[in-house]
Write a protein that binds this ligand. Structure first.
Ligand SMILES: Cc1cc2nc3c(=O)[nH]c(=O)nc-3n(C[C@H](O)[C@H](O)[C@H](O)COP(=O)(O)OP(=O)(O)OC[C@H]3O[C@@H](n4cnc5c(N)ncnc54)[C@H](O)[C@@H]3O)c2cc1C
Length: 342
């Protein structure tokens, strides 16, 4: 008789946790995912996915979850409300609201026999063998704030709009019919301690993006979609060697890349085989931890470093003017930068 597979527990039912849980279930591993929140829910996110390969989609069984999503092929850049450049994306991006994506993943995980415990926060102090930490971003200095809403029937100039403001950038894309996600990252400003409904407009105007704020003021907003998150930081990868961390818990790439969701999935993919080996009893837990860490480091090191270096340039007025000039002169290596950050 075959030895039973050892169960895996996952703290955090976001993209990394649920996609790993789903992939483990497809190999028969007993999995429980503990999620502090519930489904569906709106989350601060640009809701466009770049750099997700067909291989990763297949390996994790994400095909049905991503079926029928939007595809974007072009981006229009703006600097302080002025059109800067319109260009094809180096590779097509996918668009889907987190409201829908997280719900679809949760449904697929439970349909595959996974045990999902929503509204259950797992204490983070204990890290027994078989426990994976996919609890999202690590706490950081309160430097940045993320704000988002879904604007209804807002006309767009391109499939994806990216607006650079003073210490801010904002992305817009149609995620579902008639629904445009507007999501931005802003440096925290004193005096703007407002409700999430008022904060987005106030932060847009403070960042010199008044035209965009006016566009939003002319359309209806889904009131339930206003979301905010503070305490964001884009630091080095986690150095913890005593626990298995994936997704944003391992490292958070600056959002302008539109690549955090793909990295959440890729980190689940990297953890899959080592966890399967542990579950079968073919590898010790310590060995599993170091294998996953090594894989994540090798895969993400360069893109985290390059994106981390570009982030301050994108939000800083001097850096933005330099980018605008390079873009007008046609000497900005967009495709190379894309490859280095993905
Ligand atoms: C402003 C902004 C814009 C962004 N735009 C984009 C974009 O356009 N494209 C893109 O690809 N990425 C974007 N990202 C990044 C992307 O949202 C993240 O990289 C992605 O959500 C990471 O997935 P995750 O599963 O690691 O974490 P999450 O999706 O955050 O999931 C973590 C889960 O863990 C749960 N949790 C936390 N603690 C516990 C606990 N103790 N017990 C149980 N559950 C717990 C949380 O409730 C949460 O559901 C953006 C981020 C920000 C801030």
């Amino acid at each position: 008789m075959a030895t039973p597979l050892q169960p895996v527990e996952i703290a955090g039912g976001g993209l990394a946790g649920l996609s790993l849980g789903l992939a483990l279930r497809r190999s028969g591993v007993p999995v429980t995912v503990f999620e502090a929140g519930g489904y569906p829910r709106h989350r601060v996110c640009g809701e466009f996915i770049t750099g997700l390969s067909v291989d990763t989609i297949e390996r994790l069984g994400l095909g049905p979850i991503l079926s029928g999503v939007e595809t974007y092929r072009e981006v229009a850049w703006y600097l302080r409300d002025q059109p800067l450049r319109r260009q094809p994306l180096a590779s097509p991006a996918l668009g889907i609201s987190r409201y829908r994506l997280d719900q679809r993943l949760a449904d697929a995980f439970t349909a595959a026999g996974g045990e999902l415990r929503p509204h259950t926060r797992l204490p983070l102090d204990a890290a027994p063998p078989g426990r994976v930490f996919a609890t999202g971003r690590r706490p950081a200095r309160p430097e940045w704030v993320g704000l988002k809403c879904h604007a209804l029937n807002l006309p767009l100039a391109a499939e994806l709009e990216l607006h650079l403001g003073e210490q801010a950038y904002v992305g817009l894309c149609a995620v579902e019919p008639g629904r445009v996600n507007v999501s931005g990252l802003f440096r925290l400003r004193g005096g703007l301690e407002l409700s999430r409904e008022l904060a987005l407009s106030a932060y847009l105007r403070a960042a010199g993006l008044g035209v965009l704020a006016d566009r939003l003021a002319r359309v209806a907003i889904d009131p339930a979609s206003f979301s905010a998150v503070a305490g964001l930081g884009f630091s080095a990868p986690s150095r913890r060697t005593d626990r298995l961390e994936i997704g944003d818990t391992y490292a958070m790439i600056p959002p302008f890349t539109g690549h955090g969701m793909a990295m959440a999935f890729q980190s689940a993919e990297q953890a899959l085989d080592p966890l399967l080996a542990w579950s079968r009893g073919d590898a010790a837990w310590d060995e599993t931890l170091s294998t996953v860490r090594r894989r994540l480091r090798r895969l993400f090191r360069v893109r985290l470093a390059v994106a981390g270096a570009l982030h301050p340039v994108l939000v800083n007025p001097v850096g933005q003017r330099g980018l605008a000039t390079a873009s007008h002169l046609g000497v900005l290596p967009f495709d190379s930068l894309y490859r280095l950050t993905h």
